[in-house]
Design a protein around this ligand. Structure first.
Ligand SMILES: [Ca+2]
Ligand SMILES: [Ca+2]
Ligand SMILES: [Ca+2]
Ligand SMILES: [Ca+2]
Length: 332
């Protein structure tokens, strides 16, 4: 590690020794008292062997990666609006177990009155919440007529079934300091353009960190990332219809009257939603349903949402092919 960086880390450790002392209790311990509630949360069984890492506000401004299996303290910068947990930590909550704790912006370890509870809020990833819930369920004893539990055991089981920790923090505010432990690396950063992707993620996937709709197709980058359309290609499925024409209200869902921007033949009649190049006999032709690519079913077009647009029992594709084979001037 460069001397300057090492010095900075040492300064940080010295400056916040009291803070880290308290945090250590959270990690190793079997917990701390928050009011009358026991706060627990080690992800790993012997966390004391893991190193401490500090992630500065400057690093978070430009986007950083939180390391796995380490005690990570990160500092959120001043002056941004606020950011949801899922955006700040890269939408990884369903796939990665992580948990953490944030202190209030005015937190000062010298002024902590422990009788009033621990000064901050816990956050858990969705996967971590599911893991803890499963662990609690596994503690519930199965019915066995030959070995009924005692009153004390029933009381103990009921205590286990009650959540010992509340998941509290979903929106992160400026100037807060947080602790996190994660089982996999997490991309962390602010969301400068409000498109629900943090800066680190935007750099990784190639979208613009200060333009909410990088490809200009009407769907913002975060929606495209989460619903699996391509945020840097206007026509994800290659049927010549722009993503934001197929998903005309640009909300990432397929609502009535819309087609799927991830699939070029929404009604599966073998005729593509917009216009596609296909081989017919020994030549290539361009055929499709919404031929003028405007998202409407106009005169002379078939409906990309219906297998048999005119209800005559013949698929749109077959009607179109027959029409072309007959050499008609206008075909659907
Ligand atoms: Ca963004
Ligand atoms: Ca877009
Ligand atoms: Ca398309
Ligand atoms: Ca079709």
């Amino acid at each position: 590690m460069p001397a300057q960086k090492l010095k900075t880390v040492r300064m940080f450790l010295g400056w916040s020794a009291a803070t880290l002392g308290i945090l250590s209790v959270v990690i190793v311990g079997k917990g701390i008292m928050s009011g009358t509630e026991l706060v627990q949360g080690a992800l790993v069984r012997q966390p004391v062997t893991y190193k401490w890492v500090s992630v500065s506000a400057e690093k978070i401004m430009s986007g950083a990666t939180l390391p796995a299996n380490a005690h990570v303290v990160f500092h959120l910068p001043e002056g941004f609006k606020s950011i949801t947990r899922e955006t700040l930590l890269g939408h990884e909550g369903d796939n990665v177990r992580y948990w953490g704790y944030c202190f209030a912006a005015n937190y000062d370890p010298r002024n902590v009155d422990r009788r009033r509870g621990f000064p901050g809020l816990i956050f858990l990833s969705e996967k971590e919440r599911a893991f803890r819930a499963a662990e609690a369920r596994a503690q519930v004893r199965a019915f066995d007529p030959e070995s009924l539990p005692t009153v004390e055991e029933i009381e103990a089981m009921n205590r286990i079934q009650k959540p010992v920790i509340r998941h509290q923090l979903e929106v992160f505010k400026p100037s807060t300091m947080c602790y996190i432990m994660t089982e996999d690396p997490l991309p962390i950063g602010l969301d400068m353009d409000g498109d629900r992707l943090n800066t680190k993620m935007e750099k990784e996937i190639g979208t613009h960190p200060t333009a909410p709709d990088s490809d200009g197709d009407c769907l913002i980058d975060g929606i495209e990332y989460q619903t699996h359309t391509n945020p840097i290609v206007r026509d994800t499925d290659g049927d010549a219809l722009v993503d934001g024409i197929e998903d005309s209200n640009c909300n990432g869902r397929i609502d009535p009257g819309e087609t799927d921007p991830r699939s070029k033949d929404f009604d599966r009649d073998e005729l593509c939603d917009g216009v596609c190049r296909v081989r017919l006999k020994n030549q290539f032709i361009f055929i499709g349903e919404d031929k003028n690519l405007n998202g409407e079913v106009d005169e002379g077009e078939t409906d990309p949402g219906k297998w048999d647009s005119n209800g005559n029992g013949v698929s749109d594709h077959l009607e179109t092919i027959r029409c072309i084979a007959e050499g008609k001037e206008v075909c659907p």
